[in-house]
Design a protein around this ligand. Structure first.
Ligand code: SF4
Length: 329
């Protein structure tokens, strides 16, 4: 199945238009129920209405300096490992900032608009990219690492026919065969109370790798470049089985929302960063009408495509207890 390039931005931060895993796009004749990435699952857990805006309506979102910094820094950390080990120095990474920024800008010149009178000054923003890289070198020594994979697209089809997919920043494989899954975050490490939420994405990737390679990754590692911290977790098989149950339950809750049209807003601290407040009922706004369903003639038998996305199949009984979004997080 072909990875959708639009997905990659979701692993970093949203850009414009809103990232969309395009559930159901790469069916390739496989009778899938739908597809889910950790980012979109996280959206639904945080706020079903936000999921709708991003995945069903596919509303554009403004570029954010934090998100674009994430894109630039991820690119540098990926490209750095193309160089011989001895050249992976802080000076070299620093020299890659301007070219990486120009590449990202050339791909989407509208990004420049975020540096307006109300945005940051571009020089200060570039300096923040350098600071993120400096924190990276304080945490890891890339001259001593040889990643097995970078920007790895992964997918697996669960027994339920739900397709899980996403991009992993880095996979390290030890001579013993032990796998370490690494993800870079340009933000700060979460408070201890929110670590489980942060690890959900990593357990999702670990589940996909386990299903595709038959090996439970030995370590999940989140590298926070905003605060210079590393969060590590050694998963067990039962963690990944629990993660599988959780993603199935999320999908069922999404399916129910799709069937009923009940995409509830979930007001939280996240709203401060949400670009859709003006059309959110929690803030007195009115969402646009849902896109008109369009049934694709090429859809596999027994499968409908709505607005380019697979319609989630009928919800079946969920074993997970209900909350406002229908899923416990
Ligand atoms: S403003 Fe808050 S409640 Fe409304 S859609 Fe955005 S995240 Fe959800």
């Amino acid at each position: 199945m072909t990875p959708d390039p639009a997905m990659r931005g979701t692993a970093v931060q949203p850009t414009q238009p809103a990232p969309d895993p395009r559930p159901g796009t790469p069916v390739d004749g496989v009778d899938v129920l739908g597809s889910l990435s950790p980012s979109r699952a996280g959206d639904f857990l945080a706020c079903p209405l936000l999921y709708r805006f991003r995945t069903i309506d596919r509303l554009p979102e403004p570029f954010s300096p934090d998100a674009v910094r994430g894109t630039v820094v991820h690119k540098i950390l990926e490209d750095l490992f193309d160089l011989p080990a001895a050249r992976r120095t802080p000076a070299q990474a620093g020299a890659m900032v301007q070219p990486a920024w120009e590449t990202v800008l050339a791909e989407d010149p509208e990004i420049a608009e975020m540096f307006g009178p109300e945005g940051p000054e571009v020089g200060a923003w570039l300096a923040s990219c350098h600071e993120s890289l400096a924190r990276y070198f304080a945490l890891e020594d890339p001259t001593r690492l040889e990643p097995a994979e970078r920007e790895l697209y992964v997918e697996t089809l669960l027994d339920s026919k739900l397709l899980l997919r996403g991009f992993i920043d880095r996979v390290d494989v030890a001579p013993s065969g032990q796998i370490r899954v690494v993800d870079y975050k340009t933000g700060k490490a979460p408070h201890e109370a929110f670590e489980a939420k942060a690890l959900f994405q990593m357990k999702f990737y670990a589940l996909v790798l386990w299903r595709t390679r038959g090996v439970v990754p030995a370590m999940l590692q989140l590298v926070y470049l905003g605060s210079g911290e590393i969060l590590r977790y050694c998963p067990e098989e039962r963690d990944l089985l629990a993660t599988e149950r959780k993603v199935e339950a999320i999908w069922k809750a999404i399916s129910r929302a799709q069937e009923t049209g009940d995409w509830r807003p979930n007001r939280s601290a996240l709203c401060g960063w949400c670009p859709h407040q003006s059309i959110c009922p929690a803030f007195g706004g009115t969402p646009p009408p849902l896109p008109v369903p369009r049934v694709a003639a090429s859809a596999p038998v027994g499968q409908k495509v709505v607005s380019g996305s697979l319609v989630p199949g009928p919800a079946t009984g969920s074993k997970v207890s209900a909350t406002s979004s229908g899923v416990t997080s």
